[in-house]
Design a binder for this molecule. Structure first.
Ligand SMILES: [Mg+2]
Length: 400
């Protein structure tokens, strides 16, 4: 006999179904929301640090459910230092925790080992682990990391070609940058002939800037002298760069001289940038309030990872400062930056991309696929997490 159901009976039936689902959710909320239950149960099982003979450091965080995340530390320090810090100072505070407790983990690692320093190598070690945790969060939810950072404000990111001089003459530098111009890059940054400080060295900065501006007028030009000048010398060079139409004067004086930066930023029209030697949101606050800096330049593989970078992004909104991230790694670092660049409101200008030969990109192909850069812009595919995978054979070959 076919059963028929009155409208009232049907409503009662649907109501019972909803009540049953609600009861199930009370018994096991994780199961009730389907795949997201995985995110709730994840625990960090192991942290592996790969010290590469190229001088670079890769971090892999492994969870108990098989999801793994990749991170990278700044290459400014030998990887063995990072390996020891991660093993002894960081891992004990991360293993066993849910990667989604990323703020709690960051604060435990930072404040729990505060005597290791609120900047420098310790923050760079934290960065490697933190980026991997964000990669895991994205993979666990099947979402690209920018969706965890507020979603996209832009689809692609214009890049500028940034190269150390490597003792190239002005003519050689023009030809070097012409190659990047022909690849579609419309902005570039030059550096000094060699490293020096307090005006004590060969300084052909203006000669190179003039040559590039004349030969490549369609290339926006930035100048980074890596802390080479005293304040008075920086004022004179900065005024000359204004005449040449340069768009950024980066780290003209010692990084710690916030009073000097304030004098420069008040006096010059050309935007002055710094931030690659500032780490936390607190240091960037001082750079803005005391140094009155025009453009801030944090780096995800230095400043403490995406957890700290997103706070610096909020600081930039509060103080109306454009962000041009410092970026030396065309590997995990650039991929991690991408998610910040597309989602952070103040990333409104070109972002740094390393133009010099880089072994992990140009010789060994550490990433299983090259980053998709076309006409000078990066647009990552919408993959879960950071969006890159590493060639494990290459990683094994390069690991010391
Ligand atoms: Mg720089």
């Amino acid at each position: 006999m076919q059963r028929t159901m009155t409208r009232r009976q049907m409503l009662r039936f649907i109501g019972q179904g909803a009540a049953a689902a609600a009861l199930a959710a009370l018994h096991d909320p994780a199961e009730a929301i389907g795949d997201n239950g995985l995110a709730r149960r994840l625990k960090v099982k192991q942290i592996k640090t790969y010290v590469l003979r190229t001088g670079h450091t890769v971090v892999e965080v492994v969870t108990d459910r098989g999801i793994r995340g990749w991170g990278e530390c700044s290459p400014m320090v030998h990887g063995s230092v990072f390996a020891r810090l991660i093993e002894h100072a960081i891992a004990p505070r991360v293993i066993g925790r849910n990667p989604f407790d990323v703020e709690r983990i960051w604060r435990s690692v930072f404040f729990g080992r505060y005597k290791l320093g609120p900047m420098g190598v310790y923050l760079e070690a934290i960065a490697g682990v933190d980026i991997a945790l964000w990669d895991i969060m994205g993979k666990a939810l099947d979402l690209p990391c920018y969706m965890l950072l507020g979603g996209k404000l832009r689809d692609q990111v214009p890049l500028y070609a940034s190269a150390m001089r490597m003792r190239r003459t002005p003519e050689q530098e023009v030809e070097f940058l012409r190659g990047w111009y022909e690849r579609g890059f419309r902005a570039a940054k030059i550096h000094p002939y060699e490293r020096w400080a307090f005006n004590q060295g060969r300084d052909d900065t203006l000669e190179v800037a003039r040559a590039v501006r004349e030969a490549l007028p369609g290339m926006a030009l930035m100048v980074d002298v890596n802390n080479a000048y005293t304040v008075d010398r920086a004022l004179a060079v900065g005024r000359a760069l204004e005449e040449l139409g340069c768009v950024l004067f980066e780290e003209p004086i010692a990084a710690y001289d916030y009073d000097g930066y304030a004098r420069l930023c008040d006096a010059l029209e050309i935007p002055v940038g710094a931030g690659e030697q500032e780490y936390t949101v607190w240091q960037h606050k001082d750079l803005i309030l005391r140094g009155r800096i025009d453009v801030i330049q944090p780096d995800v593989v230095k400043c403490g990872g995406l957890t700290e970078l997103r706070k610096i992004g909020t600081l930039a909104i509060a103080f109306n400062r454009p962000i041009r991230c410092h970026n030396t790694q065309p590997t995990i670092g650039t991929a991690a930056h991408y998610h910040f660049w597309v989602s952070a409101p103040m990333c409104i200008v070109e972002q740094e991309y390393p133009a010099d030969f880089h072994p992990l990109r140009d010789r060994y192909q550490l990433l299983t696929e090259p980053l998709p850069i076309k006409n000078g812009s990066l647009r990552m595919p919408d993959r879960a997490g950071i969006g890159v995978e590493l060639n494990r054979k290459v990683l094994a070959e390069l690991t010391v």
